[in-house]
Design a protein around this ligand. Structure first.
Ligand SMILES: *Cc1c(COP(=O)(O)O)cnc(C)c1O
Length: 391
């Protein structure tokens, strides 16, 4: 069976985790601090704050921007459900706008149409690692003073050209960027998240909130020569990353350049191999973006049945996934008003599939995926003819 994805870990990660366990310091401590410093340096951010996952990162980012009950946050429905869950956790109202055709990413023109006097933030997503049109988003947000959060859950190592300069996602261009280290992402710590920002005041708040609103961290108290007591100026959360996770993350960061170059080579190979396959459209990388190819999403022509194609691939031993979900179609958020058309989002969910892509994938395995896809498309067409459906 060829999987859809596979985390890339080795003995370096296992040994780093083991060393953290044997050090006697397991929760947030020196490994977390080192991981934060190395992550900030890698993406080019002034501050990086590690947390338990990207959903808690998004929650803190929204709290930092003072999102509260009734506040509207413009975002996409075409995303993982956590993007909307985090907004609602603050009492905020996600206002869904459509994605631009072909990009799977937020359409800045739709943001402009969705702004009301209750709009308090924009939460844009760099979907499946492909940078969204941040320059377009900022052009709408900045003149109105609306803060921007980047859901960069999948986008570690992706790059974008802003004002003629190539920068890594997470600098951040908006006010805060949030990353995930779930095993489905490009690097993993099992569970984990990171917030990056240029604002020292926001970073200070994130650090306070993530550990119970405690004024003095336990690492500080532990290493202090004199007795100090902590106090609790604000109500906080326990959103800490453990030192075991951070130790793994540091090794994953070292591996990241190799992971990225392999993923980009595989994506380029998919483009070439799929160029003459009729009925599908490979993903487009805008000339101002460099994806990390967290996922490789191909659009299916209207005549091709998504489930039939996926089943045929599965029968041939190859896992695929349907396109990104639509949050507005899930019962959990069915009570939200539908103010804006979401046709492109729905079309993308129902007429695209994700193909396997992971750093350990060999060319030979990739060739098998492409052959199976060709076969699936052919049998889908033949079946339609046999049952007399329009081609
Ligand atoms: C994976 C993902 C999340 C959630 O990340 P966790 O670390 O699992 O909480 C949020 N947003 C997007 C776009 C994602 O892909």
């Amino acid at each position: 069976m060829i999987p859809i994805a596979q985390p890339f870990l080795g003995t370096e990660e296992a040994e780093a985790a083991s060393a953290a366990v044997l050090s006697g310091w397991l929760s947030q401590g020196p490994q977390v601090a080192a991981f934060e410093a190395e992550f900030a340096e890698y993406v080019g951010a002034a501050y990086a704050c590690a947390v338990s996952n990207c959903t808690t990162a998004l929650h803190l980012a929204l709290l930092g921007l003072e999102i509260g009950p009734g506040d509207e946050v413009i975002t996409v429905s075409h995303s993982f459900i956590a993007s909307a869950n985090a907004i609602r956790q603050c009492g905020g109202v996600p206002v869904f706008v459509d994605v631009a055709p072909g990009t799977y990413n937020i359409d800045p023109a739709e943001i402009a149409r969705a702004i009301t006097h209750r709009t308090r933030a924009i939460l844009c997503v760099h979907q499946i690692g492909m940078p969204c049109d941040l320059a377009g988003v900022m052009a709408v947000a900045r003149p109105l003073g609306i803060p921007v959060i980047e859901d960069a859950a999948c986008a570690i190592g992706s790059e974008i050209r802003i004002d003629g300069q190539w920068v890594r996602i997470g600098v951040p261009v908006g006010d805060v960027a949030c990353f995930s280290f779930h095993p489905r992402k490009v690097i993993t710590t099992g569970e984990g998240g990171m917030l990056t920002t240029s604002d020292p005041e926001l970073d200070r708040k994130f650090r306070l909130w993530r550990q119970h609103g405690m004024s003095v961290s336990d690492t500080k108290r532990h290493s202090s020569a004199s007795v100090i007591f902590e106090d609790y100026p604000v109500q906080g959360y326990n959103y800490r990353m453990t030192d075991i996770q951070a130790a793994i993350g540091r090794q994953q960061l070292k591996r990241l350049p190799d992971i990225l170059s392999r993923r980009r080579a595989l994506a380029a190979r998919y483009h070439a191999l799929l160029a003459d396959v009729e009925g599908i459209t490979p993903p487009q990388e805008p000339e101002w973006a460099r994806s990390n190819w967290q996922s490789y999403c191909v659009a299916l022509d209207a005549g091709l049945d998504q489930v039939r194609i996926m089943q045929s691939m599965l029968d041939q031993g190859i896992a695929t996934r349907r396109g990104i979900m639509c949050i507005h179609l899930e019962d959990a958020h069915a009570d939200l008003p539908r103010r804006h058309p979401l046709w492109e989002s729905e079309r993308a969910r129902d007429h695209s599939i994700l193909l396997p892509l992971y750093a350990q994938m060999t060319d030979e395995v990739q060739d098998r995926v492409v052959a199976a896809l060709r076969d699936a498309i052919l049998s889908c067409r033949n079946l339609k003819q046999a049952v007399g459906e329009p081609a």
